[in-house]
Design a protein around this ligand. Structure first.
Ligand code: OFO
Length: 170
């Protein structure tokens, strides 16, 4: 059985993962209409992964005697200036998610809730991958700058990553 405090924090995480899924979906849509088909495919896939992260939490909370709460859909940003802006936002969003996961892990240690602590280790490693992937893509985009053929290749690379499973662990 999980405590009230841990249930609350896990539900906050459910909400954050759901927000990630919506934000990435809106980014994918922007990329699709702007002609970045590969980046769009990557982000659609990423959005699905975030929903899976959310569902994993929902099942865990309910299995442990809590009640997972389905979050309301908040506002999302629909317009972006560039692919760079998208990946910079992803990076800062993922850093925020990592901070929340760390808070949860701290709380588990305080309460000696080793079961939830163990469950959260998957998210701890996932966040390392997500942050590192976002940083790698930002570095590439910075190298490409205004080079159109570089951007074309970047888009193709994102397409390949989405076909290979999204670039990060599922
Ligand atoms: Fe769920 O990893 Fe990103 O937000």
């Amino acid at each position: 059985m999980i405590s009230k405090k841990i249930t609350e924090l896990l539900n906050r995480q459910v909400s954050l993962e759901s927000e990630s899924s919506n934000v990435y979906l809106a980014m994918a849509s922007w990329c699709e209409v702007k002609g970045y088909g590969g980046i769009a495919a990557f982000l659609y896939h990423h959005s699905d992964e975030e929903r899976m992260h959310m569902l994993k939490l929902v099942h865990f909370i309910n299995d442990r005697g809590g009640h997972a709460l389905v979050p309301a859909i908040g506002k999302v940003k629909h317009e972006y200036k560039s692919a760079n802006e998208i990946f910079e936002s992803i990076y800062s969003h993922e850093k925020k998610v990592t901070g929340e996961i760390n808070n949860l892990v701290d709380q588990c240690l305080k309460e000696k809730d080793y079961t939830t602590h163990n469950f959260l280790q998957w998210y701890v490693s996932e966040q390392i991958e997500e942050e590192s992937l976002a940083r790698t893509l930002i570095d590439k985009l910075n190298m490409i700058g205004n080079d159109k053929s570089g951007m074309y290749l970047f888009d193709k690379e994102c397409q390949q990553m989405s076909m290979a499973g999204g670039g990060a662990k599922k």
